[in-house]
Each structure stands twice: as C-alpha cells, then as structure tokens.
Design a binder for this molecule. Structure first.
Ligand code: NAP
Length: 307
C-alpha cells in the first residue's frame, strides 16, 4: 500500500486505468472516485474502477491522502476551486493533464497551506476516452513526467513510487520544458493529423469516397490520431499555445524546404532528409517506446495515441 485513500476526480481513460491497476495490485487501501455525469459514475461502479463512487469532488477528497485530477486541462481550475476547502491537511494533490505550466497556474492558487501539489503527466494513452476505455496495463513501460516546484519533497518520492508501481518510468522536469517537449512529440503531430484528415475530408467530396475506399497506411494512422477526444485536445492547444505555435512555425519552415526540393527536383535533399528521419524512428524502437511490449488484448494501433 502506497496511499491510504486515493481520490480520482474524473473517471475516464486515465483515471479508469489508474483505478484498475491500483485495485489489482493493492496500491491503496481505498480508491474513491467521482465523475461529472451520473452515467459515468454508474459505469465506474459496474466496471469496478474504484472501491467507492461518490457524487461530488468535494465528497471524494474527504480524508484522502492522494487526490488525482483526471479531467480535461480546461476543467482543472474549477475542480481545484471546489475541492480546495475540503482537502485533508498533509494531502498530496496531483493531476494527469497533458499540459503542465497552465495546469500549475490553474490549480496551485486553490490549494491550502499544508497540501503538496505534484503535477504529473503520464505519457500514455489511446485515442479512446470515457470510463469503458481504461485498462490496467496502460502505463506499462511508459514515462510519467513529474514537474514539482520542490523535487526533493517527500511527496514527490511517494508519488514516484506510485507511478513506478503503475508500471511507468518516472522523470522529474521543469513544467516549461515539459510543455516544449510534448509540443514536439505529441501536440503538434496531433494538430498535423487533424489538418490532414480535414484536407482529405474536403477532397472526399470531390472524389466520391475514394479517400476512404483506398485509404493507405499513412492516412489511416492520421485518422486514428484525429479521432482523439475533441474536448481534451481543444484544451491542450488552448493551454500549450506558445510551445505549440513555436513548433508549428518550425514545421512550416521545414515543409516549405521540402516543398522547394520537390518542385526543383532535389532528390538528394529529399533522400538525406528521409534518411535522417528514419534514424529517429529506429531510436524510438530501440528505446522500447514504439509500442507497449506485451499484447494486452488490444490492437497495436489502439495503444499508440498519446497526449
Ligand atoms: P476522458 O476519458 O475523456 O475522461 C475525462 C473525465 O473528466 C470524465 O470522467 C468526464 O466526466 C470528466 N470531465 C470532463 N469535462 C469535465 C468538466 N468540465 N468538469 C468536470 N469533469 C469533467 O479523458 P482522459 O483521456 O482520461 O484524460 C483526462 C486527463 O488526462 C486530461 O487532462 C488529459 O489531458 C490527460 N491525458 C490524456 C491522455 C490520453 O491519451 N487520453 C494521456 C495522458 C494524459 P463525464 O464522463 O461525466 O463527462
């Protein structure tokens, strides 16, 4: 047992996966969960995502020594404002949001003295959402990035133990650095996928469904990523604006360079470029981050969309 009572606020993919794993491996004495809608709460009871499901965040955090905010980034401030007065002295509050600097700014002001805040981001996910999408192995061999203000606090060491027990590797970094790294590895690629699918959708009207009918691997991968939850991704872009725009600016410059190479027939440039990008893919495979190693009963593509 790492915690006595864990409160999960929001019961979707991430919280559901945490709850299932914590229950399976006895990582907490009791897991109390809550979600906004009665329907999600009732599915959570049906699937046993927590030991106990209550109606409100205020009730969920009562006497909890760990509170995990698992709602979309744009909803964090409101939830923090509600739970602030009800937190137990000495409790740790953490979150799983895909953006860190704005979440810290939204949550920290609502927490009373004597409560530790350790922001976290499990870099693990799928394009599925909601309480039925969780599974206990989601975090296996993935990274969980912590961005605490005081890395040496005992609360950080304890949360690190939890994430390791959930199957993750843990790294501590600065919140701004986190947001820039994730803009490169996740946020900008998602926006590009959304754009490509949008372009193809326009084209579909012209070509009478040929885009769907002859869908090739590249486009199929884009459609899977572009199927990710619209609320979550809206909030990611609105809350990681600077870093995403910085990366998209660089992306546009590279795109122009490739466009010029195609127009001028510069095969050498294209070949060199693709050779360099292929090496990056090899590096990801060697680091074991191309997919989860074991097959958890889901297709490989099901497990690859990560925020
Ligand atoms: P999810 O499956 O869509 O679940 C979201 C949960 O938050 C649901 O229980 C939902 O309640 C609740 N919720 C939504 N809007 C709310 C609001 N305005 N106020 C209060 N509760 C609200 O989402 P998820 O994929 O688990 O993501 C949760 C967090 O993890 C997000 O901050 C996201 O950035 C982060 N994250 C996601 C991934 C990923 O790949 N999905 C990976 C890493 C981190 P109802 O069901 O009742 O509507």
């Amino acid at each position: 047992m790492i915690y006595r009572r864990v409160a999960l606020i929001g019961l979707g993919l991430i919280a559901g996966s945490m709850g299932l794993r914590m229950r399976r491996d006895d990582l907490a004495q009791e897991i109390v969960g809550t979600a906004r809608s009665a329907e999600t709460r009732s599915v959570a009871v049906e699937l046993g995502l927590c030991d106990r499901v209550v109606d409100t965040p205020e009730a969920a955090v009562a006497d909890a020594d760990l509170v995990v905010l698992c709602v979309p980034v744009g909803a964090m401030a409101d939830v923090a404002r509600r739970i602030g007065p009800h937190l137990a002295p000495g409790a740790t509050v953490t979150d799983v949001g895909s953006v860190k600097r704005e979440v810290v700014a939204a949550v920290a002001p609502h927490l009373p003295d004597g409560v530790d805040f350790v922001p976290a981001h499990p870099v693990a996910g799928t394009e599925h959402s909601g309480p039925r999408s969780g599974f206990a192995e989601l975090f296996e061999n993935r990274w969980c990035l912590l961005t605490p203000e005081r890395p040496a606090d005992p609360a950080v060491a304890r949360l690190t133990r939890l994430w390791r027990a959930l199957g993750s590797n843990v790294e501590v970094m600065d919140a701004d650095h986190h947001d820039l790294v994730l803009a490169v590895t996740s946020h900008a690629p998602h926006l590009i996928a959304y754009t490509m699918v949008g372009v193809a959708d326009d084209l579909r009207r012209v070509t009478d469904s040929e885009v769907i009918k002859y869908s090739a691997a590249g486009f199929r991968d884009f459609t899977r990523i572009a199927a990710s939850d619209p609320v979550m991704w809206r909030d990611v872009f609105l809350n990681n604006r600077d870093a995403t725009l910085e990366i998209l600016g660089r992306f546009t410059e590279e795109l122009f360079a490739l466009q010029r190479a195609i127009r001028t027939g510069d095969g050498e440039m294209l070949h060199d470029y693709f050779t360099r990008t292929r090496a990056i893919r090899r590096g990801i495979i060697e680091a074991g981050q191309d997919t989860d190693a074991p097959d958890f009963g889901r297709s490989k593509s099901d497990r690859e969309g990560v925020a």
